[in-house]
Ligand binder design. Sequence first.
Ligand code: HPA
Length: 293
Amino acid sequence: MALPEILTEARDCIDARLEKCGMGAGGGKRPLVGIIAGSGLGGFVESVAAADAIPFDEIPGLASGNVAGHAHKWILGEAAGVPIHVIAGRRHLYEGIEAVDAVHAVRTLALLGIRLVILTNAAGGLSRKLWPGDLMLIRDHINMQFRNPLIGPNIDELGPRFPDMSEPYSLAAGAVMSRAARDEKVELKEGVYVALLGPNYETAAEVEFLRRIEIDAVGMSTVPEVIAAKHAGLHVLGVSLSTNSHVNTPAGAETTHEEVLDIGRQSADKFSRLMTNALPKLAQLATSPAFAK
Ligand code: HPA
């Protein structure tokens, strides 16, 4: 199947804005890295020197949802001297959208020629080692949304029918992040993320089940984007912010969206320091032959 028009329209829209703000082809400022900042780690967005900020409503296929805590704009700019796309806010399956609609931004990034996408999210801790405010490098995931953005005719221009998923999260990019964390004395844990549909948080029995299959963190996003990114030949880095713990709490403790956002705000600085240190090295990695398409 050929590229859907909505994708080429989105690509052309962002392309025109890149040109307009001097980040187009040929100027040496075209981004090779994109970041999709979920609720929680959106604070990093404030540290970006924006050359342009495009409301989702102006981008074909990205009409905004309205979850509190999401700014919903596509920023073209620089962070730590690195040209970057920063997508503040994402669509979630719990809104009732299709999986393909949840991956529109990441596919648009792929069409714009980026090589590395950084996906961040807020997640509930299931491992005893994860406390609210902890950052976790996602090592692997389990798709318990049982939806897949690749279902339907394959878009051959994006990638193959049966994409490999043996390294969903780039080991090389993960190593850069771990080094940056050591440099910055930021604790970066590591673990397996599971995506559920939500929007409700987990029952005690679900928590027990997920712990038994040795999941470290649970959330409601990211996995469809990783699948679409890998399909399109991108390298992926995933970081979860543990905003609440399902185990290091008194039995029966409640989880609220407010605490999720609150911990996000408190942890913004830590994540910004980590990204500021890592981004130049990640951008370098994105130009390496191993990251070439
Ligand atoms: N469960 C699912 N998604 C989440 C959680 C959680 O506990 N915390 C933040 N996002």
